[in-house]
Design a protein around this ligand. Sequence first.
Ligand SMILES: Nc1nc2c(ncn2[C@@H]2O[C@H](COP(=O)(O)OP(=O)(O)OP(=O)(O)O)[C@@H](O)[C@H]2O)c(=O)[nH]1
Length: 302
Amino acid sequence: MNTRAGFVALIGEPNAGKSTLLNRMVGAKVSIVTHKVQTTRARIRGVAIEGDAQIVFVDTPGLFQPRRRLDRAMVAAAWGGAADADVVVLMVEAHRGVSEGVERILEGLATIGDGRKVALAINKIDRVESQVLLGLTKDMNDRYAFAETFMISAEKGFGVDALRAWLGGQLPEGPWLYPEDQIADLPMRMIAAEMTREKLTLRLHQELPYQLTVETENWEERKDGTARIDQVVYVSRDGHKGIVLGNKGETIKSVSKASRTELEEFLGRRVHLFLQVKVREKWQEEAERYSQMGLDFKDGNV
Ligand SMILES: Nc1nc2c(ncn2[C@@H]2O[C@H](COP(=O)(O)OP(=O)(O)OP(=O)(O)O)[C@@H](O)[C@H]2O)c(=O)[nH]1
């Protein structure tokens, strides 16, 4: 069997339903690596398997700020993540139609070149009459040559399987980007890391060091039915370490407790969570590690 693999960029205005769709497609609550300062061109949001295809979903940060004063080159750079993807899915909200934001996105799409496969996913179809849908489909397709149009309800699950099946078929033939033995627990590791990051964000607010990442280093299923999870919180400067640890380690302790509680709820079993805080000065260089895994993280800096 020939395998396929590639990147799918999910784009759309805030609130379009990207996370909801993604969660449906990867089958778990995944929303990973939300850096406060977004320096990567594309960030990975989740991995789905569709038959023989491995679909890596990415999104493109920094795309939708007003950027009137920016020149074309910078807009193109902001679109880097989408430009690197094999397929782009533009999500729009059925009831909102062609908003100003959607118009801007369509302009941006034009800058990443022709020939790229771009699918249109009209979401929240449960909120409108079919007449509206047909009108919007025509309007959007008049404005851009979409490879395919899907009408979906990410929330209700309608049309999602068809979209995923189509995406799988569009990806180039080639080996999977994530090694097979890592796939099973990869989303869970990401989810667990994101949970801890979320708790850090809640706890630290503005104090949160900009360059902070959480990685799940080790996940051990124990015979007694519990799980041992080791995570590392990476900060970029020694000074940040103290902030994350807090007075007498208070901060990290409460973060650890909150994260563990949520993980236990999510997994339905007891969890032993161990957090470590480490300084990784040039943490961005870690991007290279991803390329070694076949994942292309470039520094867009926009
Ligand atoms: N009625 C309806 N609501 C939906 C549907 N899909 C998503 N929503 C709702 O729309 C809201 C936004 O969904 P998200 O998935 O968070 O949107 P997003 O595009 O990830 O938003 P950002 O993270 O801000 O970019 C949520 O309240 C969802 O429950 C749908 O098919 N129908």
